[in-house]
Design a protein around this ligand. Structure first.
Ligand code: FMN
Ligand code: SF4
Ligand code: SF4
Length: 315
């Protein structure tokens, strides 16, 4: 590595220092109880009472996950857990919390679920979303059944919509979406082990079909792409390295004091939203509009930058 390329670990030290590194280690390792090898294949077994697997670019899902976890639950970051070999998770309750991208779980969440084994008496999934969830409950049921488990509870919490090409973050922040009331209901229902599915209407079905037909997006991985096609840094970049640490795919590096994007991309916009200099721009793709407000950025007010880094940082 050239002396001018700041490694993600070095950049992490600059923004969060020792606290971030130690906390990151505890996030990904807290619940691990043993690594077994009954056959040639290594298996990682993780146990707990309430395990919550989450992915979050801007903190909404992290906040919802933390609230559901309460005192006893354990938060496990999907961008960290996804690197485990043959993971088996056993708990009384297992939950998944994540944002919706084009009405379905992000690719990183789906890939994690597909590669892991889950054993629990009660399994729930809660998405966070900004405008419409459409067929999400049906999609998640199908995903779970393809992976050999069934889900007891599927719900959603409406929050700030972080999709910058369509939404002005200042307007979103000022919009009342009944978030706290919905979240309190979700927590109470999960604590009572309710069996529930969000309703799906004919209008949802129509909207979902229309969106996928017109956009031509892949119906399983609609937003997964290369970061070079999504984002670039501008002259406002000061080389702080925060983007290198908030990206769940580690697809940013700092070269000669400027950040460069290269690698896998969820289109999560964590880099754009968390850059303190607002130095990351989105590459416009037809027929999507230009950002309505390039100066407005968002991170959930109940979540710190360090928490996002801890969850998403890739070594
Ligand atoms: C690429 C992308 C696609 C999105 N697609 C949807 C969507 O289909 N429906 C919706 O209601 N919100 C959508 N959103 C909004 C997010 O799901 C929502 O803001 C979520 O709470 C963000 O969670 P996070 O802060 O944990 O990352 C999208 C956001 C992004 C970045
Ligand atoms: S793009 Fe932003 S977050 Fe990334 S190094 Fe530059 S100033 Fe820091
Ligand atoms: S490059 Fe930016 S948008 Fe793409 S995955 Fe990384 S943080 Fe998300």
């Amino acid at each position: 590595m050239s002396r001018n390329v700041i490694s993600r670990r070095e950049a992490l030290k600059r923004v969060g220092g020792f606290f971030a590194l130690t906390a990151m280690a505890s996030y990904s390792g807290l619940a691990a109880t043993s690594c077994q090898s009954s056959t040639e294949t290594k298996t990682t077994v993780v146990t707990g009472k309430r395990l919550i697997f989450f992915f979050s670019a801007t903190g909404n899902s992290l906040y919802v996950g933390k609230t559901i976890a309460g005192e006893e639950g354990q938060m496990l970051s999907i961008p960290q857990e996804i690197h485990k070999e043959n993971p088996v998770y056993e708990a009384e309750e297992i939950g998944f919390v994540f944002p919706l991208y084009c009405f379905i779980p992000p690719t990183i969440v789906q890939n994690f679920i597909r590669k892991s084994t889950f054993k629990a008496n009660y399994i729930f999934a809660v998405c966070t979303y900004g405008a419409n969830y459409t067929l999400f409950p049906e999609y998640f049921d199908k995903l779970a059944s393809e992976c050999g488990f069934s889900v007891n509870y599927i719900s959603a919490v409406k929050m700030v919509d972080t999709y910058l090409p369509y939404y002005n973050m200042e307007v979103e922040k000022a919009t009342d979406k009944n978030t706290e009331e919905t979240l309190a209901t979700v927590v109470a229902e999960i604590n009572r082990h309710e069996n529930y599915r969000l309703p799906v209407t004919e209008r949802d079905r129509f909207f979902y079909e229309g969106y996928y037909r017109h956009s031509g997006r892949d119906r399983v991985n609609p937003t997964f792409t290369r970061s070079e096609k999504v984002v670039y840094s501008t002259d406002a970049c000061v080389g702080c390295g925060i983007c290198t640490n908030v990206c769940p795919h580690g697809s940013w590096k700092v070269v000669n004091g400027k950040s460069v994007a290269e690698g896998d991309c969820e289109n999560c916009l964590s880099c754009v939203q968390n850059c303190p200099s607002k130095a990351i721009s989105i590459i416009r793709v037809d027929p999507e509009p230009d950002e309505p407000n390039r100066n407005a950025r968002y991170r959930n007010p109940n979540v710190t930058l360090i928490e996002i880094i801890r969850a998403n940082h890739q070594v």
